[in-house]
Design a binder for this molecule. Structure first.
Ligand code: ADP
Ligand code: MG
Length: 170
């Protein structure tokens, strides 16, 4: 399965999606996280790291661009490229090493690094969703590799999430 849309009714649901992605990507992978400021991209990363029992603060590494984590022999890199001036900066940072096969890379604002980043296994787009008085989110998830497809299939079988119908018009 290559595509799934999931209702994220509240912050906990976004955290849970992060946890599920972490559980499905034990062998590493590249995840692009798209959506406006405040959409919930960092919340999803926090959920993933918390599920691995990482207890420290998880903030968007806006100024440092990347935050490395090593948890139970897993290497994770959380990027926030919002303030990236030029994609070439990524080369100077030596990011190629970060994208080793076993590493899990979560990349906020991947658009800013276009042309300098490896292709994604998964693209997760977080969008605001008006639901009565509260604002939840919708996660639109697309797989771009067989690894990504496996993850989408796993998410589709999970009972934790309510799936939303695919939107024909973007
Ligand atoms: P981003 O990294 O995309 O800029 P953050 O994760 O830093 O966004 O902030 C998202 C904000 O939205 C937080 O205040 C968080 O509590 C809230 N939030 C996250 N997921 C949801 C959700 N599913 N429904 C409502 N609010 C959410
Ligand atoms: Mg963020």
């Amino acid at each position: 399965m290559n595509e799934i849309n999931i209702l994220l009714a509240d912050e906990d649901a976004t955290m849970e999606l992060g946890a599920k992605l972490g559980a499905a990507l034990t062998g590493g992978g590249i995840v692009y996280l798209q959506g406006d400021l405040g959409a919930g991209k960092t919340t999803l990363c926090r959920g993933l790291l918390r599920s691995l029992e990482y207890l420290g603060a998880v903030k968007s590494p806006t100024y440092t661009l990347v935050e490395p984590y090593e948890i139970n022999n897993r290497r994770l890199f959380h990027f926030d490229l919002y303030r990236l001036g030029d994609g070439e900066e990524l080369e100077y940072m030596g990011i190629r090493d970060y994208f080793a096969e076993d590493n899990l890379c979560l990349i906020e604002w991947p658009e800013r690094g276009e042309g300098f980043l490896p292709a994604a296994d998964l693209i997760v787009k977080v969008l605001p969703l008006a639901m009565g008085k509260t604002m939840g989110r919708e996660a639109k998830i697309n797989a771009l590799s067989s690894l990504g497809s496996n993850v989408v299939t796993q998410l589709s079988l999970s009972l934790s999430f309510k799936q939303l119908a695919p939107n024909k018009v973007e």
